[in-house]
Design a protein around this ligand. Sequence first.
Ligand code: NAD
Length: 238
Amino acid sequence: MLKDKVIIVFGGCGLIGREIVKDIEKKNGTAINADINSEAYPTDITDENAIKNLFKQIYEKYQKIDGVVHCAYPRTKDWGNKFEDIDFNSWKKNVDMQLNPILVISQEGVKYMKKGSSFVFFGSIYGVRGNDFTIYEGTGGTSPAAYPAIKGGIINFTKYLASYIGHKGIRANCVSPGGVIDKKQQHPKFIENYSHRSPLKRLAQPYEIAPAVSFLLSDEASYITGHNLMVDGGWSAI
Ligand SMILES: NC(=O)c1ccc[n+]([C@@H]2O[C@H](COP(=O)([O-])OP(=O)(O)OC[C@H]3O[C@@H](n4cnc5c(N)ncnc54)[C@H](O)[C@@H]3O)[C@@H](O)[C@H]2O)c1
């Protein structure tokens, strides 16, 4: 399905990213893992020159770039503070790290990508729906206020980009997951509350997000652009 395609994955060491890398390779593509912690291509998406160098290096090596996935997720240590306790500088830093790199990633991609190639960015259920705070009851946690601002921005930027580059035959789409199971991070009460509220009565497994990304990268999605594909077990349907 992705045979001979060269695909850069920013954030390819993460919970979702590592499954994306695996799925691309399973489908006979070449995944370039450009995570900050990657062994082969360590890349910090908050560093403009690092992004530029990565694209240049990959293009020089493969003479083409067929896809770009951006699922890197930098955040500050106090990400997760409740609304009243959010420090303005922390808000600004998170918006800067999580939203702004999409500009340089897109500009560089457009420089090198040709007809038939595509971008896949990451939104979230919280980029399209308001938060249901009842799922945090009894967990001691909450959902960061900057998150919907950033994710809504990414989803709508994707539409801008799709429209701007469509005439070149390059596509841009978004994948918006719901909650993904991560037992190391999530309070058991959160898993219980989330599952109760979700139509499929559970969170996603990390490997359930990747095939949607591979599909959007593939030629089978050749007429899909500017779309935000919800992979959320029906969360946003109710
Ligand atoms: N996990 C979920 O439940 C969930 C739900 C909805 C949306 N999402 C979205 O999916 C995407 C991936 O989330 P995840 O759960 O895999 O996150 P994660 O924290 O597991 O992985 C993020 C990856 O980004 C890398 N990273 C951090 N800072 C970086 C930087 N400056 N430059 C390059 N790489 C950097 C990390 O090393 C890590 O490997 C995010 O956009 C997130 O908002 C996740």
